[in-house]
Design a protein around this ligand. Structure first.
Ligand code: ZN
Ligand code: ZN
Length: 412
């Protein structure tokens, strides 16, 4: 199916209205790969239509990205020019919203020295710390959506022609983000309501800890005092509601950075910085990864864990039913935005400050003392399966199943 003008308009409107929800007179910054050019034109039109002003697009080109890693000396990879930082930090400081179109080639940096990729990631992670904080604390509206690119579609549908693969992926994306429905905005509002019900129930319980049991997980995760479950839409400082991720199927909170014990294996591959990591296992003690292995991408995993101190600890616990529309598609997307919404997952690295009471007002040091992890990375990995049961443990020691054999066991 080649996407029609009508479908592209619907999707662009959805991303602008439900996704980033740009307001009258608000600036908008769009991150996009050059392959998404046509879709971006629709998005920009929808943004002006919604009253946005000063709409800027930051284009990326994967051929150039790969060349940069091949050719540039380390000292260039390790430096982020101030003007580049100012451009992004200045935008959010002035209250601008950010929409990212995320569609990376999962194998983009295959064969590139993983330590060079890690150095560049570290430099940009440190340079853009303030920018990231604006997003992770919901100070401004931000949203991530995906559109097909050739390399990405080929990775999912390896046995088809590229054209066929791209068109199949469009069809899949439209289904999953509800663009195929009569009124996608209404469908999203109803979907958010379902997630809010579960979120509210979990917030009432204030569990002390979560226990994960499956063939690939045996893990206890303590939850910090005053933790807050979130899911579906969020609200920015200007009171505009927005959906950070489209699609989204998760309800998530912050784990205690020193309260994770046990082992867990991934159940879907992880695409990190243009390299795939798979068949990996992490062992935690007192919140920290003390042992790990990987069947594929060991070096990439090693560099990820060595990014900084917080990278060896968890920053997110997210619950997703195994029957989510994305997992029913039975595809591996090799794209975290899609795969994380098909599977219960955890994230290594920084927690969202909004996942704890008044977290957005705290310094990194204060967050740490509250048990909230900080890092310049935040990397989701998928560990859900159809035999996973997650228990909520209350302060009196009683337990109840929240997820049972992969599905919600809480009232919804
Ligand atoms: Zn997540
Ligand atoms: Zn995450």
């Amino acid at each position: 199916m080649i996407p029609t003008e009508e479908q592209l308009t619907k999707y662009a409107n959805l991303a602008v209205q439900m996704g980033v929800n740009v307001q009258q007179g608000q600036a908008l910054f769009i991150n996009a790969p050059i392959e998404a050019r046509t879709f971006v034109h629709y998005v920009v039109e929808a943004a002006y239509e919604a009253g946005a002003e000063n709409v800027q697009v930051n284009w990326s080109d994967e051929v150039l990205t790969r060349k940069r890693y091949e050719k540039e000396p380390d000292r260039v990879l390790e430096t982020v020019p101030a003007w580049l930082v100012d451009r992004q930090v200045g935008h959010v400081k002035n209250g601008g919203a950010v929409l990212s179109i995320y569609a990376p080639n999962p194998d983009l940096l295959e064969g590139i020295d993983a330590s060079r990729v890690a150095k560049a990631a570290k430099a940009s992670g440190e340079a853009l710390k303030e920018y990231r904080k604006y997003m992770m604390s919901d100070k401004v509206q931000w949203s991530i959506v995906s559109v097909p690119t050739e390399k990405w579609a080929d990775k999912i549908y390896g046995d088809r022609t590229t054209e066929d693969a791209v068109n199949s992926l469009w069809e899949k994306i439209f289904q999953i983000v509800r663009v195929d429905q009569e009124d996608p905005v209404k469908a999203w509002e109803a979907h958010n309501d379902t997630l809010y019900k579960i979120r509210d129930y979990l917030n009432e319980q204030q569990y002390d800890a979560l226990e994960y049991k499956s063939e690939t997980a045996d893990l206890t995760i303590k939850l910090p005092e005053g933790h807050i479950w979130a899911g579906g839409g969020a609200v920015a400082e200007n009171n505009a509601s927005f959906n950070p991720n489209m699609p989204t199927e998760e309800v998530f909170t912050a784990p205690h950075r020193e309260g994770v014990d046990g082992t867990v294996k991934n159940t879907k591959p992880l695409n990190y910085n243009g390299n795939l990591v798979d068949d990996f296992e992490l062992t935690f003690k007192d919140g920290k990864v003390i042992d790990y292995s990987a069947g594929k991408g060991f070096d990439t995993l090693k560099h990820l864990l060595e990014s900084d101190e917080g990278a060896t600890r968890l920053g997110e616990v997210a619950l997703v039913p195994h029957s989510s529309p994305i997992s029913q598609s039975d595809l591996i997307f090799f794209n975290t935005l899609y795969d994380e919404n098909a599977s219960c997952h955890l994230a290594l690295g920084s927690a969202y400050p909004t996942n704890v009471k008044d977290g957005e007002k705290q310094s990194d040091e204060d967050l740490k003392s509250m048990g909230i992890n900080t890092s310049f990375i935040h990397e989701d990995f998928m560990m859900g399966s159809k035999d996973l049961t997650v228990y909520g443990v209350k302060s009196d020691g009683t337990k109840e199943a929240i997820i049972e054999n992969g599905e919600w066991a809480v009232p919804k």
